[in-house]
Design a protein around this ligand. Structure first.
Ligand SMILES: Nc1ncnc2c1ncn2[C@@H]1O[C@H](COP(=O)(O)OP(=O)(O)O)[C@@H](O)[C@H]1O
Ligand SMILES: [Mg+2]
Length: 359
C-alpha cells in the first residue's frame, strides 16, 4: 500500500481537484484506492457526491482516538464506497475541532499513520487531500505518507507556500525520522502567460529532481467536471487536460515503482520463521550493521542471537524461540526500524512501530 498526500497550505492551488482525479484514475486502473479527506471544509467529500458525514461516521471520530485506544473506531468503519474500487474516508467541520486535541497529545501527529495500518492488505493506494493550513492535520498527512505532491498554481503567488512545505518535509525527516518524497506539480498552467512560464522555469531550477515533468494545464473543463461531480477524464476524456492527468498518474506510478524496487532486498534476505525460532542471512551488510532486538531478548540488540559466519563472507543469525507471539525491531546501521519486509506491525507504547512474528 502506498500513501500519497496533496499538501500546500495555500488554498485554491489544486489539492482537492488533483486528489479526486488521481484517486479516480488509480481506481480505474484496477487499484483498490482510499481517498482520505483531511480538510475540515470537506471539499473532497462533497466532490464525490457524498453527503456531509454524521459525526460518528466521519474521519474525525477515527482520529480522535489513537489506534491503541480501546474504543478507537477503525478507519474501515467510516469508509464509504463511491465507485468501483474507490472508497472515501469522509470529513466535515468536526475535523477542525480535533486539531487542539492532536496538538496536546504526545504522538498526535501519528494518529492517521496508526489508523492507516488497518488498510494495509486491503488497499493498494491511499490519497490524502490536505487542508489549507500547516497545523496538526497537515503533519498527520505528512507522517502517514510515502510521498507528498505539492500543487502550485503559477498564476498565484504560491511559491512561498511551496518553500515552506519543502522545509517542513525536510524537518520531519530530521526530527521524526520519517522520510517522504516531495514532488512539485505545476497546476492550472497557462503557457501563454509570461509569468506562468517564468514560474515554471524558476521551480525547475530551484528544485531539480523534485518538480514533476508533467504539468497540468488550465482548463474550463476542470470546473465543469467539478460542478457535475465527475472527474474530467470521465467528462471529457479527449480534452488536453484529461491527457495531462493521465500523464501525471503514470509519472507518479513509475516513480513509485522505481522506489519500491530499490527498497526491496533480494529474495531470501528477510527474517525466516521456523518451528524452532527465526533466522536471517545476509551477504550485503556486515553482521554488526544488522541487529535484532525484541521482547524475546529484553530489547537488547543481538542478545541471545547466535551468529554463524560462512566462507563466502555471508552470515546467518539464529534466535531460538518457543511457540508464541513476539514483537521486534531491526537495528540497521544504528537505526531502530520496523522490519520493512514484514507487513505485521503494531504501534508500541512510545508511538512507533514494532514488527510482529508468530511461531
Ligand atoms: N487545471 C485546472 N484548470 C482550471 N481550474 C482548476 C484547475 N485545477 C483546479 N482548478 C480550480 O481551482 C479551484 C481551486 O481548486 P482546488 O482543487 O479546490 O484547490 P485546493 O484544494 O488547493 O483549495 C477550483 O475551483 C478548481 O475547479
Ligand atoms: Mg481543497
Amino acid at each position: 500500500m502506498r500513501v500519497l498526500a496533496l499538501l500546500n497550505q495555500k488554498g485554491g492551488c489544486g489539492k482537492t481537484t488533483t486528489a479526486l482525479q488521481l484517486a479516480s484514475l488509480f481506481a480505474e486502473a484496477g487499484r483498490r484506492t482510499v481517498l482520505v479527506d483531511l480538510d475540515p471544509q470537506g471539499h473532497a467529500t462533497l466532490g464525490l457526491g457524498a453527503a456531509a458525514p454524521e459525526r460518528d461516521r466521519s474521519l474525525a471520530r477515527v482520529l480522535s482516538r489513537s489506534g491503541l485506544h480501546e474504543d478507537a473506531i477503525p478507519i474501515t468503519e467510516v469508509l464509504v464506497p463511491v465507485a468501483d474500487r474507490l472508497f472515501l474516508a469522509p470529513s466535515g467541520a468536526e475535523l477542525a475541532e480535533l486539531e487542539p486535541e492532536l496538538a496536546r497529545t504526545h504522538g498526535g501527529d501519528e494518529r492517521l499513520a496508526e489508523h492507516l495500518v488497518a488498510l494495509s492488505g486491503r488497499a493498494d493506494r491511499v490519497v490524502i487531500d490536505g487542508p489549507p493550513s500547516l497545523g496538526l492535520l497537515t503533519l498527520n498527512a505528512l507522517m502517514a505518507s510515502h510521498e507528498i505532491v505539492v500543487p502550485v498554481d503559477p498564476s498565484l503567488f504560491s511559491m512561498q507556500g511551496l518553500v515552506r512545505m519543502v522545509e517542513i518535509v525536510e524537518l520531519t525527516e530530521k526530527r521524526r525520522n520519517h522520510r517522504a518524497e516531495v514532488r512539485i506539480l505545476v497546476n492550472a498552467y497557462d503557457g501563454r502567460s509570461n509569468f506562468a512560464r517564468a514560474t515554471l522555469e524558476e521551480i525547475r531550477r530551484a528544485y531539480p529532481g523534485k518538480a514533476l515533468s508533467t504539468v497540468v494545464r488550465a482548463s474550463v473543463r476542470v470546473r465543469e467536471a467539478a460542478a457535475r461531480g465527475v472527474s474530467v477524464t470521465r467528462l471529457a476524456p479527449g480534452a488536453a487536460v484529461a491527457e495531462d492527468y493521465r500523464a501525471l498518474a503514470k509519472e507518479i506510478d513509475e516513480a513509485e515503482a522505481a522506489i519500491v524496487e530499490a527498497a526491496r532486498p533480494a529474495a531470501g534476505q528477510g527474517l525466516v520463521v521456523t518451528r524452532d525460532g527465526v533466522y536471517i542471512s545476509r551477504h550485503d551488510v556486515p553482521p554488526e550493521d544488522l541487529l535484532l532486538a525484541g521482547d524475546f531478548n529484553g530489547w537488547v540488540p543481538d542478545a541471545g542471537v547466535l551468529l554463524e559466519r560462512h566462507e563466502d563472507g555471508s552470515w546467518t543469525k539464529f534466535v531460538p524461540l518457543d511457540t508464541g507471539r513476539y514483537e521486534y525491531k531491526l537495528i540497521v546501521g544504528g537505526r531502530w526500524i520496523a522490519d520493512p519486509l514484514n507487513p505485521k506491525q503494531v504501534v508500541n507504547a512510545v508511538g512507533t512501530k514494532n514488527s510482529v512474528l508468530e511461531i
